[in-house]
Design a protein around this ligand. Structure first.
Ligand SMILES: [Fe+2]
Length: 542
């Protein structure tokens, strides 16, 4: 069965292709269009489809639109209602529904040859649920938390033998995702985009509004929750994008973050009981990208194992919608589902650009040497990642032992200085240095850095002694593992700083040409493009 999944409704348009029980390709539209998040998160952008990503998915599989058995669209307009009756203040919401209803015709126009009759609407939260619950082989409880779907802000369910039973949904306007989006907006950031910045900011504050939020945001004891109307300005004045961040802003972020964690824990416990106490919880929805909350659920919740879909935001509903239509578990093997280039194609790009390059015996050793000398490496290897995290395919790497690395990296990328940078670690050495969820190959949990190591890897140790770790496993990521092993040989540190290969406000680098553009425009010492090395000193000699 050949199913193309499409997310287009709210934000982060994406496409994914599942063929005969295998995920052949999955990618966000932003990697093609070079517009961060693909489009604006507004109702009148709902018509914008992931045209380029969808066309590429088909090309990657050597299929034409008329070879598809189904197209799965991750929203069902037939289940939704007008915004007013949902308690939402959104005068344009009817446009979203209208565009969604016409999605089959729009898709047929975008993918010539496609029969609009094969387009199927998959409920938004069912798509999120499938992206997580059908990505593990075992039966599981599933928790979806995001801003909104058709009429709900959450779904709790159970997968048994690939079948979803929905145990509880919480109707709008009550939504933990919308609560966090409102906070993000109030703090002067871009909602549906910068929520992870709020999470980072929260660790600088004290939860001094927590008792108030315990009244305003509360579980109802039956798997649901209530969120009252919140007078944000009464606690902290709204911040303009370029205005100063105060302690009160950080305290507000800390209070909401803490309450979010408490409520999700409550929902997780309820779901565990209602699902019949399965060992595994799977999670998806944009709120499941909150790796601080995820770590608490893993540590304090009742489940033995918590698995979070790496593309937990709306882009992941492209994959989830396709899986929901096929109805079969497809264990998630790798996030490297995007575009990749052959060595020959990479070399041709380097020649075309006129860059002096070499092909060292080992690109892993070459990169480790530059990193050990405190250089910055643009690491471009294999297929790009599906989801918001760079996981060693489109990564910017640096030395973790230099406290200035965080400032340098944030400068290279033009980011706010309070933003932490994350470590990748050899799986074999994880337990010596960190505590928390293991394995953690997709950076979806925070971990504690053991006290003895905090001074040795200051660049990746956040102000609260935590780090968002990616564990690197020899069998799944041999090249990254080799680079880390070589770096450890040179420095005694099995940890390297890993951030996404992009500059501020831009989507992650996808093509080799974009990698070279970044290399030319930022103080990066080595471009490791597949097996090829381009050193800054040689490329830009005075
Ligand atoms: Fe969503």
């Amino acid at each position: 069965m050949r199913v193309l999944g499409v997310n287009a409704i709210f934000h982060d348009p994406a496409a994914a292709l599942v063929v005969d029980g295998r995920v052949v390709a999955a990618a966000e539209e932003e990697r093609f269009s070079r517009r961060k998040h693909g489009k604006r998160p507004v109702p009148f952008a709902a018509w914008e489809l992931p045209e380029l990503a969808a066309a590429w998915c088909l090309e990657e599989a050597g299929l034409r639109p008329d070879d598809l058995d189904a197209v799965a669209y991750s929203f069902d307009p037939g289940l939704s209602r007008d915004a007013k009756s949902l308690g939402l203040d959104d005068p344009w919401d009817h446009l979203r529904l209208d565009y969604a209803r016409r999605a089959p015709q729009f898709l047929a126009a975008a993918l010539p040859g496609l029969d609009p009759a094969i387009v199927r609407f998959v409920p938004h939260h069912v798509a999120h649920a499938a992206s997580a619950g059908l990505s593990v082989p075992e039966d599981n409880a599933v928790l979806v938390l995001d801003g909104r779907g058709e009429v709900a802000g959450h779904l709790a369910g159970a997968y048994r033998g690939g079948e979803l039973s929905v145990l509880r949904t919480q109707e709008l306007p009550h939504s933990l995702g919308l609560l966090y989006e409102d906070l993000t907006r109030h703090l002067g950031f871009l909602h549906s985009s910068d929520e992870y910045k709020v999470m980072a900011l929260a660790s600088y504050g004290k939860p001094r509004f927590l008792s108030l939020f315990r009244e305003l945001v509360r579980p109802t004891g039956d798997g649901g929750f209530q969120v009252d109307r919140i007078d944000w300005a009464a606690m902290a004045k709204p911040r303009g994008a370029s205005e100063e961040m105060t302690d009160t802003h950080a305290d507000l972020a800390s209070s909401v973050q803490t309450r979010l964690e408490e409520v999700i824990l409550d929902l997780a416990r309820w779901t565990y009981e209602a699902a019949g106490a399965p060992p595994t919880l799977t999670m998806a929805g944009g709120t499941a990208l909150n790796c601080v909350a995820n770590a608490r659920i893993a540590a304090e919740g009742p489940f033995e194992r918590v698995w979070v879909q790496p593309a937990a935001g709306d882009s992941g509903t492209a994959l989830g919608a396709a899986l929901a239509v096929t109805g079969e578990p497809v264990p998630f093997g790798t996030a490297a589902l995007g575009r990749g280039w052959s060595d020959e194609a990479l070399e041709a790009e380097l020649r075309r650009a006129g860059l002096p390059y070499t092909r060292p015996a080992s690109i892993a050793e070459e990169a480790a040497k530059v990193l050990a000398a405190n250089g910055i490496v643009a690491w471009y290897q294999g297929r790009s990642e599906y989801g918001p995290r760079a996981l060693g395919h489109r990564s910017l790497l640096a030395h973790p032992g230099d406290a200035d690395t965080q400032t340098r990296m944030n400068d290279v990328k033009g980011r706010e200085q309070f933003r932490p940078i994350a470590p990748m670690v050899r799986a074999e050495r994880f337990a010596d240095i960190f505590e928390g969820v293991y394995p953690s190959p997709y950076m979806l949990f925070v971990h504690n850095v053991r006290p003895a190591w905090r001074d040795r890897i200051p660049a990746v140790t956040h102000v609260d002694g935590t780090a968002r770790v990616q564990t690197v496993h020899q069998d799944s990521e041999p090249l990254v593992a080799a680079m880390l092993a070589e770096f450890e040989k040179l420095t005694g540190l099995p940890v390297v700083v890993n951030t996404s290969l992009n500059t501020a406000g831009r989507p992650m680098v996808d093509t080799p040409r974009e990698a070279m553009e970044l290399f030319g425009s930022a103080p990066v010492d080595l471009l490791a493009l597949g097996p090829f090395a381009v050193h800054r000193g040689k490329a830009f000699a005075a």
